[in-house]
Structure formats: C-alpha cells, structure tokens
Design a protein around this ligand. Structure first.
Ligand code: SAM
Length: 488
C-alpha cells in the first residue's frame, strides 16, 4: 500500500527537487532501525521529524510509538501519530523555550532522512535571520545540515539517532561547526558512506552516509565505518555481513592545528600520520590570482599585443603540461584599478613560475605554470626550478590524490586553502631527483591525460618505496584512485 502511494504521488509530479523528497530504500531503514534498537532496546517513543510516507518509521517495531512530523501530509501509514508541522519551527520553539506551538515529543529514538536540497532553499532565504539566531550562523548552508543540527540539539540525553543524510558535512569547510557539534554532543557508533547510485532511480546523484549516534558523550568509544561502496547492492552486502572497520574515536577526525575536524573514512594510519609533516603552504606560497568578472571580455583565445599574457585557470584533467586557458588582456593591472570586480590578488607573485593545480572536478592534478604567465582563482604554487619538478610529480601522484580527495575534501572545489594543507612527506634527496626526472619527461612530452597515468604509475612506485608505504595501504590508495569519482 505504502509503495503504491509513493509511486502515485511521484507520478503525479511530486517535485523531488523542490521538496527534497527522496524515499529511503527499505534495506537502509531496516539497518538503521536494527542499530537503533541495539542502542535503545527499551525505546518507547520514536520520532521521524521529516516522515514523508513513513519509509523509515515502517522499519520500527510495534512496541514503539511512532510519531511523524512533516510539512507535507502524505498519509504516512506506519505512524501512530502525525504532526503536520514544520519541524524546524517546532525545534526552534523548543530551543528558545517558547510556550507557543506544539512541544516536540520526548523521543528515545530519532530516525530521519532529512530533505536533500543541497543549496540554500527558498525556505532558508526567507527565514535565514531567525534560523541563524536559533541554530547558529553556520547552519543555514542547506536544509540537511540545518535538520542535522536541529535534531542533535533537541535530542534528549541518551536518545539514539539514526540518519541517512547528505555527506558533504564530513569534510566541507562550511560544515566545520556541524562536525564539532556532532563530536562534542554525541557518541558516534556507525558511519557508512553510501554509493552515489542509492537514489539514482529517483533521479538524484547524491552522496549520502548513514550515521548512528547517541546524544551525549559517554566514553572514547569504537566507531564502525565503511567506505563508499560501488553500488547499492554492495552497500546492502556490507551492511548485512558487517564488513566494517573499527576506529578509535580519537582517530576519527583530523585534529592538527591546520585541520578542521574532517572525518576520516578508511584512511590508513600511516597516511594520517603524514598530516603531522609540514604542509605545502608552510614551504611555498600557495595562492590565487586574477578574477576578471567577465572572462569573455578580458581573456582571448589567441595571443596578441592586446592580450599578451598566457592565463592558466584550471588544468582540469591535464597533468604535468597544460596549454594556457587563454591570454589575459595586457592592461589588466590598469583595468583592475577602475573595474571593481576585476580583482588581481597576490600582485607580488605576478609572473612568477610555479605549478597550477586543478580546482574543479573531482580528480586532482597539477601542471607547470611557466614564468611570465598569469593565473586565475584556482590554487597556484609559487616554486622555483630547483624544487618544482619533484613537487609536480608528488602532486600528481596517487598518494597525493588520496590525501586530497579521500581525506582533506570529498566534495566541492579544491581551493588554495586546501592545497596549502597538503602534507609534504619527508622524501629523500635521491628520490626527489628521480621524481623530478619523471615529471620533467612527462612535461617535455606534453603527455595526454591517458599517457599521464603511465607516469603516475612510475611516480607511485618511487614514492611508495621511499616512504615505505605498506602493501595494504598501497592497495587502499589504488582502490580509491581506480575510480575517484565513485569513491569520494
Ligand atoms: C528526503 S524526504 C524523506 C522522506 C521519508 N522520511 C523517507 O525517509 O523516505 C524529506 C522529507 O522532509 C520533509 N520536509 C522538508 N522540510 C521540512 C520541514 N521543515 N519540516 C518537516 N518536514 C520537512 C519533506 O516534505 C519530505 O517528506
């Protein structure tokens, strides 16, 4: 019955993007329910604050009273009580101690699949001021993070919380405060990355995770985690057989001074240790350059007297060697003095040589930035001839791809801030020479992205040998890099 209803509503044009409505697959609801009962076998009251059609509450046992909240009444059949209200409104009232409105149920279990609108919605725009006053400035980036903050904050001590939720909060800079809220308020039991095809049959390519928490910190507990599987079927298998890695809670996040409590998923300890080495930004300036505000006008495809300077803005999939992305207007410094959104940053590094790193796209790579060129708002490293070649090899290595994409930032653009946090392992002088030889050759041959992979393989071998990276860790790096897009 529930399933028919779901199909009918979807067929009638339930706008998933507008409502953020994506139904939780039943094996996920079942898994979350099982874990929640392991924590609270005595659970009398369960709350789903965005219950939809009751996809999650239907996995809970009869002995638990199931209360659902939703702004849309979709006749959630598996609930004992339905509250047709805005959960954020009710949570806000509760947090400010308002006597108005319906009080939130005193739940032993909170189970939820918060709305997936991953950017600021109309709702947030309209209510931003109040939401920020109540839930904190950092919370209004998107609906799911707002829900997550609200759920954690209103949960009573010992409430078991089970969520399937967008996972950009694990590493994105904007969600640092949310990570800290989770870490300071909750015991974390399970964290499983979900495959990007989990909601694909509903038209969404969204990266999610399953998170099982208890409100309140009791001890430095073990956390069970699993990396992103390649498919829905693989997730189901992993959850069924319990193929998890156990991590001590104090090893769950990056904790260095330069770090922002990024969650570590499956990262081998020997790679986490590299984060105690100096960071790239401590050794070399790692900067952004020019944003014109109107590239079509100020950057030409061909070089001429009027557009004299090669301009690099994102090597993308090109590694080692990249042609310029265009030619910058020769009078750019004069123009920046009169056009407010034509901005030239880091003028003291203008025309210096170095390395230009990719910013967009999931893969991370780097190419030579020649002398007398200009660069955009991607990350650029100013480094001279004596150091740039080994560094170029390192930045293009699978090891570096892993450090950047599996640890530092799983989502969004790799900005100069992230590149400056890349650890620089202690590589011996002879290995640096070997690495430099490889990247110089790749550069001189102007390798295609496909040919670059052969050089990367050799670079990996040289680096793994010098850093004594264990075979298990090499396998983990290769596993991740074999499909960076799927695995991030
Ligand atoms: C991703 S769907 C989850 C539906 C269902 N619980 C499931 O797990 O399949 C998110 C639900 O959140 C609801 N929602 C969005 N904003 C809400 C709000 N402010 N308060 C309560 N529910 C909200 C939507 O109507 C939608 O039903």
């Amino acid at each position: 019955m529930g399933r028919n209803l779901k199909r009918v509503i979807a067929d009638e044009g339930l706008d998933r993007r507008a409502t953020g409505y994506y139904s939780t697959p039943s094996f996920v609801s079942d898994y979350i329910a099982k874990r929640l009962y392991q924590i609270r076998s005595d659970a009398k009251i369960a709350l789903d604050p965005c219950v939809g059609m009751g996809e999650m509450t239907s996995a809970l046992g009869r002995e638990t009273k199931k209360i659902g909240i939703d702004i849309l009444d979709m006749n959630p059949l598996s609930v004992d009580e339905f509250i047709n209200e805005d959960f954020l409104e009710l949570a806000g009232n509760e947090l400010v101690g308002s006597l108005f409105g319906q009080p939130l149920p005193n739940a032993d279990i909170i189970i939820a699949n918060p709305p997936y609108n991953c950017h600021e919605t109309e709702y947030i725009r309209k209510n931003k001021k109040r939401l920020q006053e109540i839930f904190g400035k950092h919370t209004t980036l998107n609906m799911y993070s707002l829900f997550l903050s609200a759920i954690i904050r209103v949960a009573k001590p010992n409430t078991a919380i089970g969520l399937i939720v967008h996972d950009s909060f694990l590493t994105a800079r904007g969600h640092e405060a949310l990570r800290k809220l989770i870490l300071s308020e909750c015991e974390i039991h399970y964290l499983h990355l979900c495959p990007s095809d989990l909601f694909r049959n509903q038209g969404a390519d969204v990266r999610t995770c399953i998170l099982i928490l208890t409100k309140g910190i009791k001890k430095n507990n073990e956390v069970f985690i699993s990396p992103r599987p390649s498919s829905k079927e693989e997730l189901q298998r992993i959850l069924t057989v319990g193929e998890f890695q156990s991590v001590a809670r104090d090893k769950l996040c990056l904790i260095g001074d330069a770090d922002r409590s990024e969650f570590l998923i499956n990262a081998p300890p020997e790679l986490i240790e590299l984060f105690s080495e100096p960071r790239l930004g401590e050794m070399f300036p790692c900067i952004t350059g020019i944003s014109t505000g109107f590239d079509k006008k100020y950057i030409s495809k061909t070089q001429s007297e009027e557009f004299a300077y090669p301009f690099y803005k994102n090597p993308g999939s090109r590694r080692f060697f990249s042609n310029p992305d265009g030619y910058m207007v020769s009078k750019f410094l004069d123009i920046s003095k009169v056009i407010p959104n034509f901005i030239v940053r880091n003028k003291n590094y203008l025309f210096k040589e170095g390395i230009s790193c990719s910013s967009m796209g999931v893969a991370f790579g780097a190419a030579i930035l020649p002398k007398d060129a200009t660069f955009g708002v991607n990350a650029n490293i100013i480094v001279d001839e004596s150091e740039k070649w080994w560094l170029l090899a390192y930045l293009n290595s699978s090891l570096c791809t892993y450090l950047v994409r599996s640890i530092l930032l799983r989502s969004n653009m790799i900005t100069a801030g992230y590149v400056s946090r890349i650890p620089l392992p202690n590589i011996s002088a002879s290995t640096r020479t070997e690495l430099a030889g490889l990247s110089k050759k790749a550069y001189n041959e102007k390798v295609s992205p496909k040919e670059a992979t052969l050089y990367i393989r050799s670079i990996d071998q040289v680096l793994f040998r010098d850093l004594s990276i264990s075979e298990d860790t090499q396998n983990e790096i290769h596993r991740f890099c074999s499909d960076v897009i799927k695995n991030t």
